[in-house]
Design a protein around this ligand. Structure first.
Ligand code: GLA
Length: 337
């Protein structure tokens, strides 16, 4: 009988209020950690394996502590566990149970929450930024998607009652109070989001191509990107530039409790993701249109990578009778130790 103590870790999902497809381009975003999250409870074991069962996903994870290639691991969710194990090289095995309140594969970062909770139960003990970067590397190895840092950083550094103004050039995070008297509501489009690996990589590559021509997108003006000949690459760059500016204006609008302006910026962000960055879908567009036509809704937009998944809306309290009303919450943490 093992006498090692029980370890419990919790990591939240996130919703991004504004600033999508900017993180990997050294831009700005304003997500918040949410009060939906993933909990892992278990014990270190003297076998060279990380074993986890999930209450919400089929099968169980059985990952050798010396795993090298997470993509060889089944079932799918176990790859994220394997990604963390491959990054962390734990000295001991672990046996635990995973539960989550995050709708899986909806764009609310269920995988980032899983990665961070796994890292904490396996003994990661460094700064929050390092935890986020470890989770990002694990995600990239597990999924093959060259994701940015936003999801894992939001889950790592969440602050109760605050959204998080992130600057991916400097690495800084500034908590921005969410005004009282406003609801953040996440509504699923009904379209399951397969994080379209190739489409995401393609968008990221276009931003890198643009930066190779005009310089870091964070520093250039809209006039400068006219020098980009390829009209698709030019549109992708224009989204990043205008989205960075919308994030700045949105943060100022929240600080001034100007919800009308904040809502308008969300709608403009959606239009840019739809028309310039081309990561929306007809189901997401129809949902945004319906929500913004509802009295008491200030604005709505797709949230996260796009290609399906969820829309986020900023509303007067209680006006939407659907989806999940989420609160900004604290970041990933050990619950007892
Ligand atoms: C996914 C990625 C993030 C970010 C968003 C789009 O969630 O994991 O890094 O790029 O898409 O903003």
């Amino acid at each position: 009988m093992s006498t090692t103590r029980t370890i419990t870790a919790f990591a939240p999902g996130r919703v991004n209020l504004i600033g999508d497809h900017t993180d990997y381009a050294g831009g700005l975003a304003l997500p918040m950690a949410i009060d939906l999250g993933t909990t892992i409870r278990g014990r270190a074991i003297d076998e060279p394996v990380v074993r986890m069962r999930s209450a919400d996903q089929p099968g169980s994870a059985e990952v050798p502590i010396d795993v090298d290639d997470p993509t060889t691991v089944a079932p799918d969710w176990a790859r994220y566990v394997a990604g963390v194990v491959a990054e962390l090289h734990p000295a001991r095995g672990f046996d635990g149970d995973v539960t989550t309140t995050i709708p899986i594969g909806s764009g609310l970062s269920s995988s980032a929450a899983l990665e961070l909770a796994v890292a904490l139960v396996l003994g990661f003990d460094g700064p929050r930024q390092a935890l986020a970067r470890l989770g990002q590397r694990a995600e990239q190895r597990a999924s093959g998607v060259p994701c940015g840092l936003m999801d894992q950083l939001a889950s790592a550094v969440g602050v109760e009652d605050h959204a998080l103004l992130m600057d991916f050039r400097t690495g800084s995070v500034e908590p921005v109070p969410l005004p009282s008297g406003v609801d953040v509501v996440v509504v699923h489009s009904g379209q399951h989001r397969a994080l379209a690996t190739s489409a995401y990589a393609d968008r990221r590559a276009a931003c890198e191509q643009a930066a190779a021509i005009v310089g870091p997108l964070r520093d250039v003006t809209l006039d400068a990107i006219a020098a980009i000949d390829d009209p698709v690459v030019r549109r992708r760059a224009r989204h990043v530039l205008t989205e960075n500016q919308r994030v700045r204006e949105f943060a100022a609008a929240l600080a001034a409790n100007d919800l009308a302006t904040a809502g308008r910026l969300m709608v403009e962000s959606h239009a840019s993701l739809r028309d310039e960055f081309e990561v929306s879908t007809p189901a997401l567009d129809a949902l945004v249109d319906r929500l913004v036509a509802t009295p008491g809704v200030h604005g709505a937009r797709l949230t996260g990578a796009g290609f399906g998944g969820c829309v986020v809306a900023l509303t007067d309290p209680g006006v939407l009778d659907e989806g999940w009303t989420v609160r900004p919450s604290g970041g990933a943490r050990l619950l007892d130790h």
